[in-house]
Design a protein around this ligand. Structure first.
Ligand code: OOB
Length: 524
């Protein structure tokens, strides 16, 4: 695929020879499950492996009838519903790559994703969370809009399923094909797309399922957006399917929605971001639900404090696992048999023996063991380049192909990583990533804004919240007006600033760059 950076031949040969890469495809992920067992529970729907497999097959045929083919891209923006799972499996079967947008994304993000990926189709719910996605679709120039629900002038997802299945025998994708596109958290003005091949993502999900001890008895509750890498494949929904277990979709991590589902379905595992973990630690004391089925709480996406991790077993009655992951690839997990001390105080160690880790200073020189530096990595499931982004790639990768994560870490003698901060210009708002530059560009478009600098401010629950420092021309906009402005521009709500500070000038570094460190220090 044009715009995709493959692994160099010698690496590909090695990953293949050493068994990290197989010929298994994302579309075959259901094949190990007992046909009679429950694969998916979503709202009132319960689908066995056989039923889910047939629905995915028939929907695949429907997409094929639309003319969607191997190598095409389809932007998928569905919430935690059975339809997400069906559409994902359908697309990967015909070798069309889903571009996984989050339900929170709006016109600004979706328009860009459709354009960049030259999407042949866009799949949406009718409405969700009070937002009408058909309105958004009307502002786009995509060939096919497929709607889960009331389609109005568009095509209904249900109509793709005519009961006929395709004969896929000569349509099978190649394991080296891009299977899915994930969204990067972003550090630049525009979001980036991460191409994940069938073979690297299959390895990602299978190896994760192994490390996390998933079996056919696993009942995995999804509370994060299912389109996010963590909930999808680390081990996530796909890791559960690979082991023949059961996936239960919850609309959110709110205790009043998640806890009754844990009790009813006897959920054994759940992946959360730290703010949800904190909420659950609070809620467990007053909730009446029986959470005793829970065996493992995976926490990742942002730093989880050691003191909180230590509370999980006592309060929630399950083990905790810290996960340092990234849509770009590298995953680190604390292991189920790690000593409590490591589980509580580290963000885990690399998933794969083939993951290569370097910790370097600002001159790309490796630091002494145990010292803090930027985490660079390459391996069998870490990208070699963002999609169609040659200039950005030149900066994001070393000449020998290591991805610059932008995370500051130190490595313990055990190989476990501790996150100590970051060098990338990004805010991590409870696991949601905000590119400072992207938000600054939106703010600069406001007629009253002369200059903008966005920084994170520490927050006890979210880890960080977003503060926009503005230099204004005349009438300064209020926080509410700034949010309204961003809303009208079609910017996802999680990117809106939590606070606006007006200043006359920005502090500068010796080389004349805006000193975000100094700006952030002034907030305390
Ligand atoms: C996950 O993926 P992304 O792509 O949304 O964000 C990746 C970034 C990392 O580079 C790091 O800055 C931060 O999120 N991060 C953590 C962390 N886990 C991720 N920072 C501190 N502690 C952690 N445990 O966030 C993601 C993907 C797969 C699994 C889990 C998380």
């Amino acid at each position: 695929m044009e715009g995709f950076t493959p692994w160099p031949e010698e690496f590909a040969a090695r990953y293949q020879a050493e068994g990290y890469w197989s010929d298994r495809l994302l579309g075959d992920v259901l094949s190990g499950g007992d046909p009679e067992r429950t694969a998916l529970v979503a709202g009132e729907e319960r689908l066995t492996y056989a039923e889910l497999d047939r629905r995915a097959g028939r929907t695949a045929a429907g997409f094929a009838r639309l003319g969607i083919r191997r190598g095409d891209r389809v932007v998928v923006q569905l919430p935690n519903t059975a339809s997400f799972v069906v559409v994902f499996l359908a697309l990967v079967r015909i070798g069309a790559a889903p571009v996984l947008a989050l339900p929170a994304h709006r016109g600004s993000e979706i328009g860009y994703l459709c354009e960049l990926s030259e999407a042949r189709a866009y799949v949406i719910p009718d409405t969700h969370g009070g937002f009408d996605y058909r309105d958004l679709a009307r502002s786009l120039a995509v060939e096919h809009v497929v709607v889960d629900g009331d389609a109005q002038e568009f095509r209904a997802l249900a109509d793709l399923d005519t009961g006929a299945e395709t004969d896929m025998s000569d349509e099978r994708p190649d394991p080296a094909d891009v299977g899915v596109f994930l969204l990067s958290g972003g550090t630049t003005g525009l979001p980036k797309l991460i191409p994940r091949t069938h073979r690297d993502y299959v390895y990602n999900l299978e190896a994760s399922a192994e490390v996390c001890g998933f079996t056919s008895e696993t009942v995995y509750l999804v509370v994060l957006p299912v389109a996010h890498n963590f909930a999808l494949a680390c081990p996530g929904v796909l890791g559960v399917f690979a082991k023949g277990g059961t996936v239960v979709l919850a609309p959110s991590g709110a205790p009043d929605e998640a806890f009754p589902l844990i009790e009813r379905e006897r959920a054994t595992v759940c992946a959360v971001v730290p703010p949800i973990a904190l909420l659950w630690l609070e809620a467990a004391s007053w909730s009446r639900e029986d959470l005793s089925s829970l065996e493992l709480l995976q926490v990742g996406g942002a730093k989880f404090a050691a003191e909180r991790a230590a509370q999980v077993p006592g309060v929630l009655g399950c083990a905790v696992q810290q996960v340092l992951g990234m849509a770009e690839g590298l995953l680190n997990f604390t292991r189920l048999d790690d000593p409590r001390e490591l589980v509580d105080t580290t963000q885990g160690r690399p998933l794969s023996p083939a993951d290569e880790i370097l910790v370097v200073d600002s001159g790309d020189v490796e630091v002494a063991p145990g010292e803090v530096g930027e985490l660079l990595t390459r391996g069998p499931y870490t990208l070699r380049g963002y999609y169609r982004a040659p200039e950005h790639n030149a900066r994001s990768f070393t000449p020998d192909g290591f991805y610059r994560s932008g995370d500051l870490v130190r490595v313990l003698p055990s190989g476990h990583l501790v996150v100590e901060g970051r060098v990338k210009d990004q805010i991590n708002r409870g696991g949601d990533k905000i590119s400072a530059e992207e938000l600054e560009n939106h703010l600069l478009a406001h007629p009253a804004v002369h200059d903008a600098a966005v920084v994170g401010m520490p927050d006890p629950v979210m880890g960080e919240r977003t503060c926009a420092f503005l230099i204004v021309r005349d009438q300064a906009p209020t926080l509410r007006e700034v949010k309204q402005f961003l809303k009208e521009r079609g910017v996802a709500g999680y990117k809106w600033p939590d606070r606006v500070e007006l200043v006359d000038a920005f502090p500068r570094t010796p080389v004349g760059k805006v000193s975000k460190k100094e700006l952030a220090a002034g907030l305390r």
